[in-house]
Design a protein around this ligand. Structure first.
Ligand code: ADP
Ligand code: MG
Length: 291
């Protein structure tokens, strides 16, 4: 039979907007020593917006127009940010003639007969684009915690778009609760190292796994487990589902995607990151009562 304290814990959790999808998540949680947090949508609010456009060819609006055309068919949040800014500024852009999304890297499209790439600088460098003259500019934006999308047309860099995403109001306090509980928080993201570290520093996280491709997140969790850690993973996206399944405890946050929710042991209603540590404390409480 299920111990009464666990049932009671489940009720208390529900009152906190915490849904237990697996019976033993509460029992495992007190033994967790690493909590891996996805950056976008978990630590940040997940509504990226353009904060700066740097033009090397033409005006800032010209850069937005090329980028918006290339991103018009993309479903990535960064694409939404670019399209929203173009719309706000009344910049006209056409649908691309051809479009291909490169997962975790960016998009490749044909716009007005030109080959256009929009995406992370590291990917464009791999594609043979020389970014050496703008490295300082890219780093300046990344140090501000912005994600940089470089815009390239027929092999020439036309501009940079710096996109920011606000940090959740309770993120720093929740990270402090993790440290106080003896748990090491780790940020995981497909974003670059500098941007990730700027965000991590702002919330008090010392460990960062950056430039992780969507299908590598699961392996990174497995690696921590191989080192002997008990790992909880918190995420919201489709990309996060395999990692949520791999973790000792998978926690889906916010509205999340259905697939993230189905892969999770614990579902947090609402966007508060604090729900992670509420669940930890309720788990510790009810587990203690059963011994
Ligand atoms: P995250 O793990 O932060 O959700 P993703 O794995 O979706 O990020 O993408 C990793 C990185 O690839 C992004 O930070 C961005 O630099 C780049 N990227 C991916 N898709 C796009 C896109 N449609 N437009 C521009 N950049 C993109
Ligand atoms: Mg994501």
């Amino acid at each position: 039979a299920t111990p009464l304290a666990l049932i009671r814990g489940g009720g208390k959790a529900a009152n906190h907007g915490i849904l237990m999808r697996s019976g033993d998540a509460f029992q495992i949680f007190p033994d967790v020593d690493r909590i891996v947090l996805d950056k976008t949508g978990t630590i940040t609010v997940g509504e990226p917006a353009v904060s700066e456009v740097v033009a090397f060819d033409g005006t800032e609006d010209d850069v937005l127009a090329v980028a918006a055309s290339a991103e018009a068919f993309s479903e990535h949040p960064l694409a939404d940010a670019i399209l929203d800014r173009a719309d706000e500024r009344g910049v006209a852009y056409a649908d691309p003639e051809a479009f291909d999304s490169v997962t975790g890297k960016g998009v490749r499209a044909t716009v007005d007969g030109d080959d256009v790439l929009v995406g992370k600088p590291g990917w464009l460098a791999d594609e043979g684009i020389d970014l050496s003259s703008v490295v300082d500019e890219i780093e300046r934006l990344q140090h501000r915690g912005l994600t940089v999308s470089a815009v390239v047309r027929d092999g020439d860099l036309v501009g940079l778009i710096g996109i920011g995403d606000e940090i959740k109001v309770d993120a720093a306090a929740t990270v402090r609760r993790m440290h106080d509980a003896g748990i090491t928080p780790v940020m995981i993201t497909g974003d670059n190292e500098r941007t990730a570290e700027a965000v991590a520093e702002e919330v008090g996280i010392d460990r960062v796994m950056a430039d992780v491709l969507p299908d590598e997140k699961r392996e990174e969790i497995g690696r921590l487990q191989d080192e002997g850690h008990r790992v909880a993973m918190v995420g919201d996206g489709i990309n996060d589902a395999p990692a949520l399944t791999q973790a000792d405890i998978g926690i889906a946050i916010g509205a999340g995607t259905d697939i993230a929710i189905e892969s999770a042991d614990i579902v947090l209603m609402g966007d508060r990151l604090g729900g992670v540590m509420d669940a930890h404390e309720i788990g510790r409480e009810s587990y203690r009562k059963t011994r």
